[in-house]
Design a protein around this ligand. Structure first.
Ligand code: PAF
Length: 281
């Protein structure tokens, strides 16, 4: 596995791959790698000759009161894991490389990013769009792999790539879960034992809604109340939002008639966890 720290070296390598007609798959991450990231690597390896992974904890997508300083950075363990999964190139840029001081150019999506997580994390999606733009300009991949656990991020980046004519195909990947259903996330590592035990209640609540949907329930209000009532049974779970919106434009809907997202964000103790399901009638 090649480890690259700067932009020129990364661009030179990519140019060589492209000159040799190699296809490039890209898995952007913030490290603290887990099974979810590795399933993205596996998809990339199936589709491409070369898989590039980046590990970069992007400061501009964290709010002032968020967990940037305490975000896990187990870099040696991450390198071993990337090597084990046969990542071809690991791109590890520093803050100095990714951001000059007093930058004024950012990439913004201004509709989908205003609701759900965006309503509680102002500036978050601008940070995500900006860093993914920078990374795409450096890595120039044919495919970028993004997990559906971050459904809003996925939709916003799909729109960004399409509307700004990025020459890359976004490949969505399904959410990978622990055995008890908890969606894999680097933030699961913050959960204390007791919190970890109740965290799967988020997915359980989603499954209850899924069950009702499969039996024919189409009213958002009813599905939302199923999720809410289940989560209310767990005092350690503090719901931030539960929403049902259309998959294409994230408008709130009352009756599910087309592809729809049910998204949940909760605090379990101090840790913010998200999960979701897509309903296709
Ligand atoms: O999903 C993530 O880990 C991050 O938001 C991403 C896409 C790597 C951008 O920093």
């Amino acid at each position: 596995m090649k480890i690259i720290h700067n932009i020129d070296d990364m661009r030179k390598l990519v140019r060589e791959y492209r000159d040799n007609k190699k296809s490039i798959g890209f898995v952007p991450t913030m490290g603290a790698l887990h099974k979810g990231h590795m399933s993205l690597v596996e998809s990339s390896k199936e589709d491409n000759d070369i898989t590039v992974m980046s590990i970069y904890v992007n400061p501009t997508q964290f709010g002032p009161k968020e967990d940037l300083a305490s975000y896990f950075r187990p870099i040696e363990q991450d390198k071993e894991m990337a090597q084990y999964y046969n990542v071809d190139v690991l791109f590890l840029p520093s803050d100095e490389i990714m951001y000059k001081t007093n930058e004024t150019a950012f990439v913004t999506e201004n509709t989908l990013s205003q609701i759900l997580c965006g309503a509680y994390r102002p500036g978050h999606f601008q940070g995500v769009c900006t860093i993914v733009t920078k990374l795409l300009h450096i890595v120039s991949p044919h495919h970028i792999y993004l997990g559906q656990k971050d459904a809003q991020q996925l939709r916003i980046l799909q729109k960004m790539v399409s509307e700004l004519f990025f020459d890359v195909k976004v490949v969505p990947a399904q959410t990978i879960r622990e055995d008890d259903g908890l969606a894999c996330s680097s933030r699961n590592g913050y959960l204390h034992d007791e919190e970890r035990l109740v965290a799967p209640s988020i997915y359980q609540s989603i499954l209850l809604a899924k069950n009702a949907f499969e039996k024919g329930e189409r009213r958002s209000e009813v599905l939302l109340s199923i999720v809410r009532s289940h989560l209310q049974k767990f005092p350690l779970v503090d719901v931030q939002y539960i929403e049902i919106v259309s998959w294409d434009n994230f408008e709130k809907i009352e009756l599910i008639e087309k592809t729809t997202l049910l998204a949940v964000a909760c605090f379990v103790g101090k840790t913010r966890l998200i999960d979701n399901i897509i309903f296709t009638p």
